[in-house]
Design a protein. Structure first.
Length: 202
């Protein structure tokens, strides 16, 4: 019984990805993802800080992305300044208790964000109050902003400098695409810096 359910979900996920692959190759969306990625790459090349925020599964992605820059993705290089605003349980619970959960990422932006830095924010629904408030605060402080959402967040276009909408309403697929895009940017940063340092192989 359980094996049948697993097999069915695997088939469904694979089928969903085969459809998504076509949608993700749509030229307008590709151009939007490339533009947002260029903001991340150039900011890190200039020594700016990347702040990453998200709830739940998106918080896990935020930690993953920050770790890619502090460590490496595909090439050895100097560590880059990246902070997951969802990383500290103590900070999240203290801020949530004292100021409200809506401010847990906003206060992180206030503490660490400087003009020219980048906030990468994720919300599968596009409706997470703490993520949206952080984006608004980041823009007000002169940070570059990238917001990644699912198709239910279509109405959030314009909130961030770059709003990327995954053409899906399935949370697992949305988060997988967010990770795909972020990984592409991590790889691009590594390759650009390796080329500049002359350390990338053929």
């Amino acid at each position: 019984m359980s094996a049948d359910v697993v097999a069915a979900r695997l088939r469904a996920g694979t089928l969903a990805w085969s459809r998504l692959a076509e949608d993700l190759a749509e030229p307008a969306l590709v151009a939007q993802v490339e533009a947002a990625g260029s903001v991340v790459v150039e900011a890190l090349r200039e020594g700016r800080t990347l702040l990453v925020a998200g709830n739940g599964g998106s918080a896990a992605i935020a930690s993953h992305v920050a770790a890619e820059f502090l460590g490496k993705c595909v090439h050895d290089r100097h560590p880059l300044p990246a902070i997951s605003l969802a990383e500290s349980h103590s900070s999240l619970t203290a801020i949530g208790n004292d100021y409200g959960f809506e401010q847990v990422f906003l206060r992180g932006v206030q503490a660490f964000g400087r003009e020219g830095d980048v906030l990468l924010a994720m919300s599968t629904s596009g409706a997470s109050p703490n993520v949206l408030l952080a984006v608004e605060e980041a823009r007000a402080r002169g940070l570059r902003t990238v917001l990644m959402v699912g198709e239910r967040g279509e109405g959030r276009r314009g909130l961030a400098e770059h709003t990327l909408v995954v053409p899906s309403d399935e949370t697992p697929r949305i988060q997988e695409v967010h990770m795909l895009w972020a990984h592409a940017w991590c790889e691009a940063v590594d390759e650009v810096l390796a080329d500049e340092a002359g350390t990338r192989g053929p």
